[in-house]
Design a protein around this ligand. Structure first.
Ligand SMILES: [Fe+2]
Length: 349
């Protein structure tokens, strides 16, 4: 049924596809699984038509290769039905733009890289409608995150500290700095709506991370209740100390049986000023992937498990979003005490 909510979604999806620079001669595939939101499929389909583009809505069987339920975890393992079907892959490769409305997306599935190499751009969408609307990106967001990427590219070291006791040094050499800006406008680009963040894939980091109450553990979508101290050596979590939250993380690492569960994956900082730290508390877990937490302006986001730069395939993916950190890249502070430094400037050291 077409209703007032549908009007809002059609409007915001149309604005989003324009940010993706969708042209009238291009082909859009709206990819869904049976549990995808039908209103998003309709909105993406209608938005593509509003832009004058060709559009196909494709629904493939659900089912994940990951050993955990598809609850918008952010692990991005893809759907088995696509991973095993070259016809589905060929359809996606032949599209100019794929609007990925599956529950988990494909970001950590190697097949996605093949699709992107064909020049297809992919936009992944799975947070709640209000989250999408509130965090609709602006065109200028891309220039801002690119400045962060350039800073990482020309730098050798990132240091993260917090009053809670975090002091982590990250070696940036070979860390392939990247960004998310919430729209996919370049050929072969994947992006996630909503998101505004700068990240990289380092191999080596050393020191300690101390999670403070209020930090957010994903994919659990839970706030940390008591401090957790993680000792990091050579990019690997060697020791976890603390109370119940520390036990939760330790159990996750052990139960996963995954070689890379304790190894750090991407890390970086968020720049999404419209993000709401309380979204995690205000929605049901099935309604969110949690991009408000992951991309919150001035957060420090770090993760574990899959690492495409080092060829590590892993389903054991944690994203942990921290507030109150200071992030310095060589001599430039980009986040101080959890707040973005808008005009990042060199410091004394
Ligand atoms: Fe992640």
């Amino acid at each position: 049924m077409f209703d007032l909510s549908s009007v809002d979604l059609l409007d915001v999806f149309t604005r989003q596809l324009r940010l993706c620079k969708l042209r009238s001669d291009e082909h859009v595939v709206v990819l869904a699984e049976p549990d995808s939101r039908g209103d998003y499929v309709a909105a993406a389909f209608g938005a593509a038509k509003a832009c004058g583009a060709h559009v196909i809505a494709a629904t493939v069987p659900g089912g994940t290769p990951a050993p955990m339920p598809s609850t918008h975890t952010g692990a991005g393992p893809g759907l088995t039905s696509v991973l095993n079907d070259t016809t589905a892959q060929d359809l996606l490769k032949s599209a100019d733009l794929v609007v990925d409305l599956t529950r988990e997306g494909f970001i950590h599935a190697p097949v996605q890289q093949e699709i992107l190499r064909a020049g297809t751009r992919i936009l992944f969408v799975c947070d709640a409608p209000e989250v999408l609307i509130r965090n609709l990106p602006k065109e200028e967001d891309k220039a801002e995150v690119l400045r962060g990427v350039e800073l990482l590219r020309r730098s050798s070291r990132m240091r993260v500290r917090s009053a809670a006791g975090t002091d982590l040094t990250i070696q940036l050499s070979g860390s392939r700095p990247e960004f998310q800006c919430g729209f996919a406008d370049d050929p072969g680009r994947w992006d996630h709506w909503p998101s505004t963040m700068v990240l990289c894939w380092p191999e080596l980091s050393d020191g300690q991370i101390v999670l403070a109450p209020g930090d957010i553990l994903l994919p659990f979508k839970e706030y940390v209740r008591e401090p957790v101290t993680l000792q990091i050596a050579g990019g690997r979590i060697e020791k976890v100390g603390g109370g119940a939250d520390a036990d939760l993380l330790t159990t996750f690492f052990e139960d996963s049986g995954d070689t890379w569960a304790r190894s750090l994956s991407h890390l970086g900082w968020g720049l999404m000023r419209t993000a709401d730290w309380f979204a995690t508390a205000m929605y049901g877990k099935d309604e969110l992937m949690g991009m408000d937490a992951r991309a919150f302006a001035g957060n420090f986001l770090w993760s574990t498990g899959p690492h495409p730069v080092l060829g590590r395939e892993s389903y054991a993916h944690l994203d942990i979003a921290m507030r109150g950190c200071s992030v310095a890249v060589d001599g430039t502070e980009v986040v101080v005490d959890g707040r973005l430094v808008d005009d990042a400037r060199p410091t004394d050291g």
